[in-house]
Design a protein around this ligand. Sequence first.
Ligand code: ADE
Length: 244
Amino acid sequence: MRIDVITIFPDYLTPLELSLLGRARERGLLEVRVHDLRDWTHDRHRTVDDTPYGGGAGMVMRPEPWGKALDDVLGSGPDGASPHLILPGPGGTPFTQARARELAHEDWLVFACGRYEGIDERVYEEYAERLPVSVLSLGDYVLNGGEVAVLAMTEAIGRLVPGVVGNAESLVEESHEDGLLEYPVYTKPALWRGREVPPVLLSGDHGKVAGWRQEKRLERTAARRPDLIEAYRRSQAEPPAGDA
Ligand code: ADE
């Protein structure tokens, strides 16, 4: 998978060189390119923003540098690859595990990191006419810009690209994979500060362990995410799609 990120803070993206994604890059599974938006400005101050039409607080990112940057980056793709443009922003649709799974099938993602009050809306309009464009939010809170969202999204998506995570089984039993949160986990020692590991986990009875884990997932999801438990119960009650 190829990933391009356009930002005014390229240094923000250096964590993409570390750990799992860093290794995936070395192994050629991911190709990440980070671009400085200011390279597409031509004035002495390398200006990327201006005051909003209609008034109001803050600054808006001007469309010209974005147009030039996106035209260049979108024109530089690997042969035959079709890009999907992602604009992170608090006004986007929620980025979820399901979205991460979908996006992991794409061969090329281009992230455009907005700052200040956002990017001039015409940039979205212009590119949405030419290619798939998704405005995605990390959650219902406001960050200073899209960079941290790109770090989170590329990690969530990148680890689902085949081969990036060594043990693919570890991806199956995770929170959000089937609508429930993950069960609690324990390791050695069996007794720590007077606290025991639940005895069922030491029983060697795989059926009992699986039953206990499912029970804990339901308990935990009901306590922490009542919004998810309702959707999960409905999905369990419904016959699978395609059944009469
Ligand atoms: N940029 C600023 N806030 C954001 C959020 N919540 N999600 C994605 N990008 C953002």
